[in-house]
Design a binder for this molecule. Structure first.
Ligand code: SME
Length: 137
């Protein structure tokens, strides 16, 4: 049946579905480029609240993806020197950019409490999710 959800409500549902259905997806959220500022702003997410609602381009895994336009898979967050810790339980992270008309406009960010859990199948799946997300923005 037809629904009338806002974009943020739809994005939150995507976060919830991912977190509930993949055991090693423990924090799932969106960051989007913040207007014409050189920073990312936190969007809908599920998981522990984070202080990092604004991330400058280049900073942390998310900030690096904002400028590289490429997937970033981190098997072990302790091995990264440009990393922003949100929770001490996090062992690994994956960030996949979202493109609209070829432009990197944001990203999906997933933290895992399991060490080295992400495979190429996660990358392909999350790229597919990001393509679908780009169609509802
Ligand atoms: N760890 C990220 C920051 C965002 S939190 O994971 C929610 C980073 O290094 O960019």
């Amino acid at each position: 049946t037809a629904t009338n959800l806002t974009t943020d409500e739809r994005l939150l549902k995507i976060c919830e579905l991912l977190e509930e259905n993949v055991s090693y997806y423990n924090w799932v959220g969106f960051y989007f480029k913040n207007g014409d500022k050189n920073e990312l702003k936190l969007g809908p997410y599920v998981g522990a609240p984070t202080d990092h609602t604004i991330i400058p381009f280049g900073k942390g895994i998310c900030g690096q993806v904002a400028v590289s336009n490429e997937n970033f898979v981190v098997p072990d967050v302790t091995a990264q020197d440009n990393y922003i810790a949100c929770s001490i339980t996090v062992k690994a992270e994956i960030v996949i950019p979202i493109f609209v008309n070829g432009e990197n406009i944001g990203q999906i960010d997933i933290d895992s409490n399991t060490p080295d859990p992400f495979t190429e199948a996660d990358e392909r799946f999350l790229e597919f999710v990001c393509e679908k997300v780009s169609e509802i923005l």
